[in-house]
Each structure stands twice: as C-alpha cells, then as structure tokens.
Design a protein. Structure first.
Length: 64
C-alpha cells in the first residue's frame, strides 16, 4: 500500500495554510505517486510546490 505523508505549510507572507497530501510509491517510497494541494491563499499550486521542493532540496547533503 502506498505511503502517505500529510503536512501543513503556511507561506512566509501569512497567507492561509495549505494541506498537502503526498502519496509515495510503495516500492521504494522515493517517488511521488500523487500530490494534492487543498486550500491556500494567493499563491498558485505551482508556486507552493516549487517553494516546498526547494526548501526540501536545500536540506539535502551535497553529493561529492
């Protein structure tokens, strides 16, 4: 069964929080199978996803 992660993220500008539902592939849990965004303020879904993904990528260690 696919793994689901639930999180809420509010933008820095104080817009409404967004409920993000991510379903990962059941084989490796390293690929996104489904991504749903509910709610939000003035940001588009693409802007929200871009900000969240960039935030996550910034936390990954650099490859040598």
């Amino acid at each position: 069964m696919p793994k689901q992660n639930h999180a809420q993220e509010a933008s820095d500008e104080g817009f409404s929080s967004v409920k993000i539902t991510v379903t990962l592939s059941s084989r490796s849990n390293r690929k996104i199978q489904e991504l749903r965004l509910d709610g939000g303020g003035k940001e588009t879904k693409a802007q929200i996803v871009e900000r969240i993904v960039n935030s996550h990528l910034d936390k990954l260690p650099l490859k040598s």
